[in-house]
Structure formats: C-alpha cells, structure tokens
Design a protein around this ligand. Sequence first.
Ligand SMILES: [Zn+2]
Length: 67
Amino acid sequence: MPAVACPITDCDYVTDDLDATIVAALITAHSAVHIPKREHAAKVNYPLLCACSVALYCMYTSFMQVN
Ligand SMILES: [Zn+2]
C-alpha cells in the first residue's frame, strides 16, 4: 500500500509505504493527536481542583475559628 497522508489540513504526517493493515493502524494511532479532549480536560480540571482546594481551605479555617 502506498504511503497515506493524514487527512487533517495543515498536518504533514505521512505513513511509510507499508502493509494496508499497518498503515490503517498508524493513521488511527496518529489521529489521536488531533483529538483535543485531553487538552480540554486538563484546562477544565485545573480550575476545578483549585475551587475544591479553596473550598477545603475555607472549611478548615472556619472550623479552626469555631474551635
Ligand atoms: Zn495528522
């Protein structure tokens, strides 16, 4: 099977001239690069963690003030 280029615009990834099964596997594995899920998750989780830490800190300080 001839080399197959990544279908994503502006991506210059091209597989080697390999067996069709391997080329398909390479393209599939490479396509994960274009899935932005992890980036979004990291951006969403970080503020959530901060909010959680602030909430815990507030609970702790109010607990200390009461006692
Ligand atoms: Zn690509």
